[in-house]
Design a protein around this ligand. Structure first.
Ligand code: DGJ
Length: 768
């Protein structure tokens, strides 16, 4: 509900209120964001001073108590007395850069305004509040947009600036969203990392000054994901105040979090001003990407649940949105570049036998590609490896009853390629300078219409001819040498943003043309894991790191803002190719199951007992697939809490599955208790209702038992737990589990919990 009364704007969602007003001099004063207020007095929330601040700058002599620096506002500029980072920076040719926007008018409409080439959320439930501000002196208008619904707590925001004059204006920054928060007592939570360790949770108290969370590599990046949260210091996974923000953009972003001398916190998110300048020509406008914000008083999970629902229902789209995603096999870690059709078909036969549904052909199938030095850009089959072409392979896979998936990296070009020979000027480079290189490859200039049009046509032909059902869209390097060759038609500060617009243009065209294809985003693993990508592709490869322990950290951090329905999670070989860590196939599965399951290993070389295990895993996963992919995902205990233990749950009203993972085994500890936070996880059971609790039966990894192996006659572990329990008891007292293996006594009766091991528990309603 959006209410506008006497200059006060009240944006109410089911559980939250966002309130601001037109203040003195037409300044938009932010009043409140938090738990829903059904009634309030706006004037009691206003922050305008009643005595002067000694050395601060007042708005003007007629408004000597209006100190912008100590005010919470909806939008800010530099040079009028607010000394914090500003939402907008711009200047004219004569250097004039002090801007002062004041309220002009507003409108409320059903629906969502067009985003002019940027990705947009969608949903009939949204109404839009547009607040128009006018620069006092210059012919500039600013429009602030707020998308609000009665069904979701997520509020989407963005801004647009219009140059109504006859002179160009140079925009140096335009935030998508500014959020001023009144008190300083917050922790900042960010997702930081790099290749193979993406989205590690970092949680620290705010300190005076500015924290910048950004990307300058050209993509949203793995160094700092655009999603951030403010969390009350006493908030946990299950209770306390949390505000989450995420930007719907795949290029360079910046989230600044500033704790001011007056104890206010200002959050800004948008395109990274450090790598951006836009020449806003006369009579034209510039739109900043959308950003989403969620407040919850139910801890980090409360915020995550809302973000997940929003991503599933308002970001992801198309025929695949609500469909269960297929279990896949990917040949990358099985073969790398060394394969031929025969080898692939052997892998496909074994995959089919164990229940896999989709075969994904990864890098190395095109041009002359035998390693990573050639052929990007030449999207036709390598005749030596695939004598029957892609169409031949694809039809054989289809005959076997498997779907066919294909890997592409269409944004790139190799110097050794036919495409580069024909169009050397299509790569991004600065004339007379050797461009930087990453993974032996260069980036195509997708700011150019002719290049993007060519690529749309080229990939369309590929997808038509190969009858692909799935596409893995990769992107394996950072940007450098930003320049469009042979042209100075626009400002170089615009290059990276124009590239991102080109990327969206190609995605828009291909996903519209091939709506039935399931697209998966990828960028050296999870180097472009963002909501912009998810507006076009329904899933993203989470990380190249599939190690059993690292994946717990990676999926855990990712789950703060992204649902498990968008996370590609694969079981791979042991020792793991990234970490060399040895782990059991059951533990690797138990972690990968909390996402979109795939296998990325040479199944043809596995002993038959491991294939039997995989068959059983896939049967179990398919039975519970809707829950694993679309159920409510909750983090209960996590390493975050300083423990040696992690617990995840997926649930719907009827059914719940829980993962219990340990990092390092500690012998001779007190018995574990199985306590399940049913209600918090979305499983709605009354205290006296009896529920059925069982453990997923897992095969013992005998290699981990050493000399004890002979003592275990049975091959299965999983404690054989199958019992009924009152819901209330399971939530609080729990079930005392059998003792862990300690190396003494009758060890056959113990639960074997070596380092990095996992257990999976299932809770069902009793059928009466
Ligand atoms: C990086 C991806 O993350 C991998 O999964 C794989 O597709 C390689 N690229 C292939 O070059």
């Amino acid at each position: 509900m959006i209410e506008a009364k006497n200059g006060v704007f009240n944006l109410a969602t089911p559980n939250t209120s966002y309130i601001f007003k037109v203040g003195e001099c037409g300044v938009l004063e932010h009043l409140y964001y938090g738990k829903r207020l059904d009634a309030f007095d706006a004037e009691l929330m206003s922050n305008v001073q009643n005595v002067k601040i000694c050395d601060a700058t007042a708005y003007d002599k007629d408004h000597s108590l209006l100190f912008l620096d100590n005010l919470m506002t909806e939008f800010s500029t530099e040079g009028r007395g607010d000394y914090r980072l500003a939402s907008m920076k711009a200047s004219y040719d004569n250097g004039h850069s002090v801007l002062d926007f004041v309220y002009e008018t507003y409108s409320i409409t059903q629906g969502i305004p067009s985003m002019e080439g940027l990705p947009s959320v969608y949903g009939d439930e949204f109404c839009t509040l547009e607040v128009v501000l006018k620069e006092r002196l210059f012919p500039l208008r600013l429009r602030l947009y707020y998308l609000v619904s009665d069904e979701k707590d997520a509020i989407v925001r963005f801004s647009r600036v219009e140059n109504e004059g006859s002179e160009d204006v140079y925009i140096q920054a335009l935030a998508s969203l500014q959020l001023d928060v009144p008190n300083p007592y917050w922790n900042l939570v960010t997702l930081d990392g790099a290749w193979a360790r993406e989205r590690m949770v970092c949680d620290r108290p705010l300190r005076p000054g500015i924290h910048i969370n950004d990307s300058k590599t050209g993509a949203s990046g793995a160094f700092h994901n655009p999603a951030i949260a403010l969390k009350a210091p006493n908030a946990t996974e299950l209770q306390g105040d949390v505000i989450g923000l995420n930007l719907i953009y795949s290029g360079n972003h910046q989230e600044s979090v500033e704790l001011s001398p007056y104890g206010r916190v200002r959050l800004l998110t948008g395109i990274n001003p450090n790598t951006f300048t836009w020449r806003l020509k006369a009579k034209s406008s510039f739109t900043a990407p959308q950003a989403v914000m969620v407040y919850s008083d139910k801890g980090l999970n409360g915020m995550s649940h809302e973000m997940h629902r929003f991503v599933n229902e308002n970001v992801c789209r198309g025929p695949w949105r609500d469909k269960e995603r297929p279990v896949l096999v990917n040949n990358w870690e099985a073969t790398y570049f060394d394969f031929n059709e025969e080898k692939l078909l052997d892998l496909a036969d074994t995959a089919k036998d164990v229940g896999i549904e989709l075969f994904v052909l990864d890098d190395g199938w095109f041009g002359e590609r035998e390693d990573d030095t050639t052929s990007l850009g030449d999207w036709t089959a390598n005749g030596r490896k695939l004598p029957n072409g892609l169409a031949g392979l694809s039809s054989k896979l289809h005959e076997k009853g498997l779907m066919f998936g294909i890997w592409i990296e269409p944004e790139m070009v190799s110097e050794k390629s036919r495409l580069f020979e024909r169009h050397p000027d299509w790569r991004i480079a600065i004339p007379n300078r050797k461009p930087g290189v990453g993974r032996n490859q260069y980036i195509l200039d997708w700011t150019r219409e002719d290049v993007t049009d060519y690529m749309i046509a080229c990939i369309s032909t590929l997808l038509e001819e190969s009858k692909a059902n799935y596409v893995k869209w990769d992107m394996n390097r950072f940007f450098s040498d930003f320049n469009t060759q042979g042209s100075d038609k626009y400002f170089m500060g615009e290059f990276l943003h124009r590239y991102v617009l080109g990327f969206y243009k190609v995605l828009e065209a291909l996903t519209a043309k091939f709506p039935d294809i399931l697209f998966e985003g990828c960028a050296s693993g999870g180097n472009r894991f963002d909501l912009g990508v998810l507006c076009y592709m329904n899933q993203i490869w989470t990380s190249d790191d599939t190690d059993v322990l690292m994946r717990q950290f990676i999926q855990w951090g990712t789950s703060f803002f992204y649902p498990q329905s968008v996370m590609g999670c694969h079981v791979s070989a042991s020792p793991n190719h990234q970490s060399l860590r040895i782990s059991s196939i059951e533990d690797r599965f138990n972690v990968a199951a909390f996402g979109i399951l795939g296998y990325e290993m040479d199944l043809t070389r596995l002993p038959s007992n491991e294939l039997d295990i995989i068959k059983e895993q896939i049967r179990f996963y398919k039975k519970n697939r809707r829950l694993f992919q679309f159920g409510t995902f909750t983090r209960d205990i996590s390493y975050f809490n300083g423990g040696n233990n992690l617990k995840w749950l997926v649930a719907d009203e009827e059914h719940l599955v829980m993962l219990d993972a340990c990092m390092l085994n500690v012998p001779n500890m007190p018995n574990d208790r199985l306590v399940v936070p049913l209600l918090d996880a979305g499983f709605n059971a009354r205290g006296t209702e009896r529920l059925l609790v069982s453990s997923r039966v897992q095969r013992i990894d005998r290699s981990r038992l050493g000399d004890n192996a002979s003592k275990f006659k049975e091959d299965q572990r999983g404690l054989g737990l199958e019992t009924s329990v009152y819901a209330g008891q399971l939530e609080s007292a729990g079930i005392v589990l059998g003792q862990r293996f300690t190396g003494s006594g009758d060890i056959r009766l113990t639960r074997i919990r070596p380092d990095f091991s996992t257990e999976m528990y299932i809770v069902d309603r009793m059928m009466i």
